[in-house]
Design a protein around this ligand. Structure first.
Ligand code: NAI
Ligand code: MG
Length: 368
């Protein structure tokens, strides 16, 4: 019996999570997947009502679950950043979800490339280190513009005394990769490649310019030997081009945080856009969270226009993660069937509402 936490959140998050829950219920009827689900009232409504974002009690309760199924947050009434930092980022940090996993699948005919390539890439983005540690700032006239810079540097055990007393202002951003951080990331990448039967892990960096990435190459080379799987190195600029001209040549791709942010958005468009993109925030030994990559889409919220596929593919990822790969495959196949038969929402050029599209996918699941 798996215990799921369900956080629909805001806007279309609620609509697409409803759709995803229909699919979860359906697969539980026809497979060995057994679950209970607890709904969490987390998002802008509660924040506006009570001022609470994510409480310690929420985190305790979520920590007892096997996985978190998340819709989206974001509300025009709340200043940008408050919900994202207070809920999403806090949750990722608390559960140390150090990998962001994003499949990039050729969902024809929505792949915007002229040539027909069949691809199935698994992007793994490191989620905690690199240039996104918030260790940056600006120094003006010898003074920290942001008082937390020194604190951050201290926390990172970097002894750097930056001076700009000559009046030469400067801004900086520090990136950091730790051996521990890269090792756990590499382990997960090679384990993923083994599971997927990929004979190579592609590691993306910019090691020709940024020395920070040398340690990553070193560790991935060692781990490649340990796992008996090859590693190939790609510079991020070359990778961006290769994703367009030969996406079918990639399997498991490991990317540090900053470059991963950019390449996974390119990947999302490559497979057919926001309505198709699912994502997992993974801690292989802890509580992971699965979500569509899109936001709360206030422009279409409450109108039944949201494409439920991204959220349903997030369910597929969650099933795979919970050891029910057979169920994951059923969901993937059902989505494929509905795309082949024109059963989808308006963003893809179809005629169905969110509920109708979800019902079609559910039917296709139950027919298997
Ligand atoms: P968005 O992803 O919500 O929407 C961008 C555009 O894509 C909109 O025109 C929307 O209608 C469309 N769209 C998105 N998902 C769709 C779907 N499933 N079916 C059909 N059309 C879809 O991004 P936006 O507008 O930049 O942000 C809206 C709010 O969502 C903001 O508050 C933002 O901070 C938040 N956000 C939350 C995320 C999360 O919870 N993980 C991720 C991205 C944004
Ligand atoms: Mg991004």
């Amino acid at each position: 019996m798996k215990h799921l936490a369900v956080i629909p959140g805001d806007g279309i998050g609620k609509e697409v999570v409803d759709a995803g829950m229909e699919i979860i219920e359906a697969v539980s009827e026809i497979s060995s997947f057994d679950y209970d689900a607890e709904l969490f009232d987390i998002g802008s409504e509660r924040y506006l009502r009570t001022g609470e974002l994510l409480t310690d009690e929420d985190l305790d309760d979520l920590g007892k679950k096997d996985a978190i199924y998340f819709g989206a947050i974001g509300d025009p009434r709340v200043r940008p950043g408050i919900l994202e930092k207070g809920i999403l980022l806090r949750m990722r940090a608390h559960f140390d979800q150090y990998i962001n996993m994003r499949p990039v699948t050729s969902w024809h005919p929505f792949v915007p490339l002229k040539k027909h390539f069949d691809f199935d890439i698994c992007f793994l983005r490191e989620n905690t280190e690199d240039f996104y540690m918030g260790a940056g700032g600006m120094l003006r006239n010898g003074k920290d513009a942001e008082v937390n810079i020194r604190r951050k540097l201290y926390d990172m055990r970097i002894d750097l005394r930056a001076e700009s007393s000559s009046g030469d202002d400067f801004a900086f951003e520090i990136g950091l990769l730790s051996r521990k951080g890269v090792e756990r990331f590499a382990d997960h990448a090679f384990r993923t490649a083994a599971k997927r039967n990929d004979d190579t892990v592609t590691l993306v960096d910019k090691a020709n310019v940024c020395s920070i990435y040398e340690i990553q190459r070193e560790i991935f080379t060692d781990k490649a030997k340990e796992y008996g799987i090859d590693v190939e190195f790609m510079y991020v600029d070359a990778m961006a081009m290769a994703m367009i001209v030969r996406p079918h040549t990639f399997g498991t791709v490991a990317v540090p945080n900053l470059f991963g942010d950019i390449l996974t958005d390119l990947g999302a468009q490559l497979q057919g856009g926001l309505g198709m993109g699912a994502s997992g925030n993974i801690n292989p030994d802890g509580v992971s969270m699965f979500e569509p990559i899109h936001g709360s889409a206030p422009d279409i919220a409450g109108q039944g226009k949201a494409n439920p596929i991204a959220a349903i593919l997030a369910v597929k990822m969650m099933m795979d993660h919970l050891g029910h790969e057979d169920v994951g495959t059923m969901i993937q196949n059902a989505v494929r069937t509905c795309l082949d038969n024109g059963k989808y929402t308006a963003d893809l050029g179809g005629k169905l509402t969110t509920k109708e599209a979800a019902a079609e996918i559910k039917k296709a699941v139950l027919r298997q």
